[in-house]
Write a protein that binds this ligand. Structure first.
Ligand code: GLP
Length: 262
């Protein structure tokens, strides 16, 4: 794992967008794993701008989103399908047929999840998985006690996550679905590369636990310590509780891969 600390939220998001762009220019048929949430919004904004300004093309890209709420229709304003369509897909040249999200309205959710796993495998696996970090330490909707080898499945949301995500449901926690379908921790760990973005002081404590704490299913993001190629990108505010920042900064300064981004 590598930790990169950028001065601001914007700079952190810019680095994530630059990594996507670099991978995409190297491999136009990239299989990209996507995340939702507020932290990702500036990343999608920047990618949309690169498409408009520099012709960055997503025409041959396939995407798989991490998760979706159970019971929300794709055009529900709080659904992740709607989030993705509005913030990214409608603003780039991607073929919507190649954008996959779990269907939270499927009659047979278990079959839907198994099918999602098959689809990912059928595309050769995920090349680059973007991740946010929930306040409970979840990646996707892998709530506390998610098995570290779990696959795509239905998951009950914790009261804390429901409370946190009420902001997307007119601030009304009673409107937040109690269940979601999500890639499992094991599914995420199978991706060839992971980039987690966390910004803001409210993430500082959980970032430190995810990066420097012991691996535990109570905090699914700690499983990323097992991933062979994971980059955690944070802003100053989210880095506040990290104890080894001098070391992380030294790596960023000296690792040839990061030279173009200095
Ligand atoms: C939701 C999503 C997660 C995301 C998290 C972070 O709970 N299911 O995949 O990482 O939000 O959200 P934010 O970036 O808004 O803090």
């Amino acid at each position: 794992m590598e930790v990169i600390i950028r001065p601001t939220r914007e700079a952190a998001a810019r680095l994530v967008a630059q990594i996507v762009e670099m991978q995409l220019r190297r491999n136009p048929t990239l299989v990209l794993g996507l995340a939702t949430g507020e932290s990702m919004e500036p990343v999608y904004e920047l990618l949309s701008e690169s498409h408009a300004r520099d012709g960055l093309s997503f025409a041959r890209v396939t995407t798989f989103n991490l998760d979706e709420y159970v019971g929300l229709s794709p055009d529900d304003p709080a659904s992740y399908r709607r989030y993705m369509n509005e913030r990214l897909f409608s603003r780039i040249d991607i073929d919507l047929e190649n954008t996959f999200l779990l269907d939270g309205l499927a009659d047979d959710l278990d079959a839907e999840c198994a099918n999602y796993e098959r689809r990912i495998a059928g595309k050769g696996g995920i090349d680059l998985q973007l991740l946010g970090l929930g306040s409970v330490g979840h990646i996707g909707f892998n709530e506390p006690l998610s098995a570290l080898r779990s696959r795509t499945r239905v998951k009950a949301l914790t009261p804390m996550t429901i409370e946190q995500n009420a902001r997307f449901f007119d601030g009304d926690a009673s409107k937040v679905p109690h269940r979601a379908v999500t890639m499992g921790v094991g599914t995420i760990l199978d991706s060839r590369r992971c980039v987690l973005l966390a910004t803001g002081e409210e993430k500082a404590e959980i970032v430190a636990k995810a990066v420097e704490g012991p691996v535990t299913s109570m905090i699914s993001a700690t499983a990323l310590q097992l991933h062979p190629r994971c980059t955690v990108i944070v802003d100053e505010a989210a880095a506040a509780h990290l104890t080894q920042r001098k070391y992380y900064e030294w790596i960023f300064e000296h690792e040839p891969e990061w030279m173009p981004f200095h």
